[in-house]
Design a protein around this ligand. Structure first.
Ligand SMILES: Cc1cc2nc3c(=O)[nH]c(=O)nc-3n(C[C@H](O)[C@H](O)[C@H](O)COP(=O)(O)OP(=O)(O)OC[C@H]3O[C@@H](n4cnc5c(N)ncnc54)[C@H](O)[C@@H]3O)c2cc1C
Ligand code: FES
Ligand code: FES
Length: 465
């Protein structure tokens, strides 16, 4: 299925801005593609023309400027999680990035893309509102800076003009007397949209609160603040009564929706507890998050986002499993379809085609990605490894041998994706703990095995080294 007709891949920011101006309102921008490809495959806001900004190196950075941390528009969730500055001084954002989807989405998905999609359940908006971040928007006419809190005029709407791109996100770094965190309630630990989420940033004068910013996600059409709870906290010590009252005030101030994931009453009750719990952690002292000490990224190469694009002439040329492959018919496809239909590599499976199951996991310039969410032209000029390239000639990869030894395979459909995610983990971390394996495979679903033997197979392969 052709998802678009024309794929434009500018190589400089100036060219990109000219194209965005020329096609204003008619083309769709793509960065990591993890939202856009799902939308296009569902027929939401269809487009004939895609402008791919993922090759603009000038937009790929996380910059620590002391008081301000700057994220270029191509900074991915993994880039934030891997940034010591973000973990130390923008912790609520780093925690939110860690909660997005699964590793194969965090390798590709950008914070800017998350902000523009503008769902009230999108995880990075909440902490960035609590941190009082600004977005820098750019067009051929110049730049303007908009406080993120003013970027959302309504449900899934933004202040972005049709000829503008997000260029940068500016985050005031937490000061030594500030503590902040992000908390998310989902139906499972990975691949779970927020039922509710909250970010808290509290400024302390000794033990007393001098300022509080509380942002709430998935409880209103946009991310909202909790003004009554914030005002109540000022001047208080964070004792148990204060924490509970602040939680109650935050919950009383919202009218969440009822949906499949939770009733409005459940959301309100859970929100009160979430805020009280967050304040409890803030009261206990400086906040550390062990999940971010040495996070599993499934990311051992430069990746295709932010890799200098070369002009795209309509043929996708990549090195696939060590062999040059030309795919002239792939310009309107996903990488998954291109690999299966044009390169004849059918080992990579399509389970959901929406980034949910991990069956299509391949390596793109060293990163594990969901191939169903990668526009094939983004693979032009890259190195791709699929399950067919995992073995070393006739010698199976140690993880393949371990899966056989452990009997970790039943119908086999999920196994190529499991192997590509698991083998990437072993490349990144030769001696992973079980918790690391669980993170690495959290984007991969299996309907047969119950997972235990798969986890053991990865641990065995690591131990056998
Ligand atoms: C299975 C699955 C699970 C997910 N789980 C979560 C989750 O738990 N939490 C969460 O918050 N999100 C989740 N997401 C959503 C998604 O991964 C994120 O929103 C991601 O950050 C989007 O970034 P991207 O670079 O892939 O955006 P893209 O898909 O490339 O673009 C998204 C939108 O932003 C626009 N855009 C992108 N960059 C710019 C720019 N610089 N300027 C102007 N417009 C731009 C695009 O036109 C498009 O409208 C999930 C998605 C999937 C498929
Ligand atoms: S994640 Fe790509 S097919 Fe399911
Ligand atoms: S072995 Fe059948 S889906 Fe995993």
């Amino acid at each position: 299925m052709a998802l678009w007709q024309t794929y434009l891949r500018p190589t400089t920011l100036a060219d990109a801005l000219a194209l965005v101006a020329q096609h204003a309102g008619r083309a769709r921008i793509v960065a990591g593609g993890t939202d856009l490809l799902v939308e296009l495959s569902r027929g939401q806001n269809p487009t004939g023309t895609v402008i791919d900004i993922s090759g603009l190196r000038a937009l790929k950075y996380v910059r620590d400027d002391g008081d301000v941390i700057r994220l270029g528009a191509l900074a991915t969730h993994n880039d934030v999680v891997a940034s010591a500055a973000c973990v130390a001084r923008a912790l609520p954002l780093a925690q939110a990035c860690w909660e997005v989807g699964a590793p194969q989405l965090r390798t590709r998905g950008t914070v800017a893309g998350n902000l523009v999609t503008a769902s009230p359940a999108n995880d990075t908006i909440t902490p960035l509102v609590a941190l009082a971040a600004d977005v820098v928007l750019i067009s051929t006419g110049g730049e303007r800076v908009v406080p993120l809190a003013e970027f959302y005029p309504g449900f899934r709407r933004t202040a972005l003009r049709p000829d503008e791109l997000v260029r940068e996100v500016r985050i005031p770094a937490l000061a030594p007397n500030q503590r902040g965190l992000f908390l998310k309630l989902g139906l499972r630990r990975a691949q779970a949209i927020s039922v509710i989420d909250a970010a808290l940033v509290v400024t302390l004068d000794g033990e007393r609160v001098s300022d509080a910013r509380i942002a709430l996600g998935a409880v209103a059409p946009t991310i909202v603040r909790a003004p009554a709870a914030e005002a109540y906290l000022v001047g208080k010590f964070l004792d148990a009564d204060t924490r509970e009252t602040a939680g109650r005030l935050a919950a009383e101030g919202v009218t969440p929706i009822d949906d499949l994931r939770g009733s409005a009453a459940y959301r309100r009750a859970a929100l009160a507890n979430l805020i009280a719990h967050g304040l409890d952690r803030i009261a206990a002292g400086p906040i550390r998050d062990d999940r971010l000490t040495a996070p599993v990224l499934l990311d051992t190469g430069p990746g295709a986002t932010g890799r200098a694009a070369r002009p795209f002439d309509g043929t996708v040329r990549a090195v696939v499993n060590d062999r040059p492959v030309n795919m002239p018919g792939a310009a309107t496809k996903t990488l998954l379809d291109a690999l299966r239909e044009d390169a004849g590599l059918t080992g990579t499976k399509e389970g959901c085609a929406e980034g949910e199951c991990g069956a299509c996991t391949v390596w793109l310039d060293g990163q594990a990605v969901m191939a169903c969410l990668v526009p094939a032209p983004q693979a032009d000029g890259t190195v791709v490894t699929t399950i067919e390239g995992l073995a070393d000639g006739a010698e199976l990869h140690p993880l393949q041998r371990s899966f056989i030894r452990r009997g970790a395979v039943q119908c086999g459909f999920c196994i190529p994706g499991m192997l590509m995610a698991g083998a990437k983990l072993l490349a990144e971390r030769p001696a992973p703990a079980e918790a690391d394996v669980r993170v690495a495979l959290s984007g991969n679903l299996c309907r047969c095995t119950g997972y235990r033997k798969i986890l053991d197979a990865v641990l065995d392969a690591a131990a056998a080294r």
